[in-house]
Design a protein around this ligand. Structure first.
Ligand code: ADP
Length: 299
């Protein structure tokens, strides 16, 4: 079983000829709303790879909540612990994408900001059997920290994707196994820990793992990933594919990773599966619609 404690958003995409400058109003070419949020994306990707998944978080009591949750519901993600609040709207990410593929993103956390340490503690306590508990960086920091501590002390395996990066307590970093980061986040964590930042990703992953973090998975886009623990680092190359849209590739990767960890794979084997799930997702447009299920053939 996998319990994801995380964010649920609607992504509002606007295709624009160029990004508006401060004070400028422009007409977009086209746009649409799509389900998103790292918690929701990773929960869906893990479900697609065969895991039993529950998602803990909050949405508003508005029409965006249906857009944000429909795919999760259809896929069979357990939404029993998803709170509907009247205090805040469903989280919203406004994304502008220009013709040259650059994007800008503004996230309005809304209901995600209302998820408290109490909400997540009770969800973790209620999990009777051993679980993978997966968190990201999009909930309030004290909620994430409380959830990691509680899940760790209850004997669950905690996977943390510290995205976006933000200050986090050192004991929380020592509890997670693995910490999953892209290169930007890894550099930020290394800086916060006052480590030197080596050029080579394998050395960076090793430096992080040697600082007391049990294991580290570093994602490297088309180059795949590196797995490191105190015994050293191993590179896991990604299959070569022609990328159409890399939105949500990191989330697809993490869903694939935790699904295989829940099935009993070791971290290196699970990562070899995760790079294939990530590579599958970049061949298709969008985030959630690009995620494979166990029916799909992976690259
Ligand atoms: P993020 O989107 O979080 O920055 P990455 O860009 O590192 O994460 O991508 C996550 C994973 O997705 C990679 O480890 C890889 O498995 C897959 N991936 C991303 N981009 C490509 C690509 N161009 N070709 C093949 N796989 C890719």
């Amino acid at each position: 079983h996998v319990t994801v404690i995380g964010s649920i958003n609607v992504d509002l995409f606007a295709q624009v000829p160029h990004h508006p400058r401060p004070g400028e109003t422009i007409l977009g070419d086209s746009g649409q709303r799509a389900p998103g949020g790292k918690g929701a994306n990773q929960a869906l990707a893990a479900r697609g790879q065969g895991a039993e998944v529950a998602l803990v978080g909050a949405v508003g009591s508005d029409s965006d909540a249906a857009i944000a949750t429909e795919r999760l519901r259809t896929a069979g993600v357990d939404l029993e612990e998803l709170r509907v609040t009247t205090e805040a709207p469903t989280g919203l990410a406004a994304v502008t994408v220009s013709a040259d593929g650059e994007n800008t993103i503004v996230v309005l956390p809304g209901a995600n900001a209302s998820v408290t340490p109490e909400d997540v503690r009770s969800a973790v306590v209620r999990a009777a059997e051993q679980r993978i508990v997966l968190l990201q960086g999009e909930l309030p920091r004290e909620t994430t920290e409380a959830a990691v501590r509680r899940a760790g002390s209850d004997g669950h395996r905690v996977v943390l994707n510290l995205a976006p990066w933000g200050e986090i307590a050192p004991d929380v970093l020592r509890t997670v196994d693995p910490l999953v980061l892209n290169e930007h986040e890894a550099a930020a964590v290394a800086t916060a820990l006052a480590l030197e930042i080596p050029e080579e990703p394998a050395e960076l992953a090793t430096a992080l793992a040697s600082s007391g973090i049990r294991s580290v998975v570093l994602t490297l886009g088309p180059r795949g990933a590196v797995v490191a623990d105190e015994s050293g680092a191993r590179a896991v190359p990604a299959p070569s594919v022609s990328a159409v849209d890399t939105t949500g590739a990191g989330d697809a990767f993490i869903g694939g990773l935790v699904a295989r960890l829940a099935a009993g794979d070791d971290l290196l084997t699970a990562t070899s599966h995760a790079v294939r799930v990530g590579a599958y997702s970049v061949r298709h447009p969008g985030a959630q619609p690009s995620y494979p299920t166990t029916e799909d053939e992976l690259p």
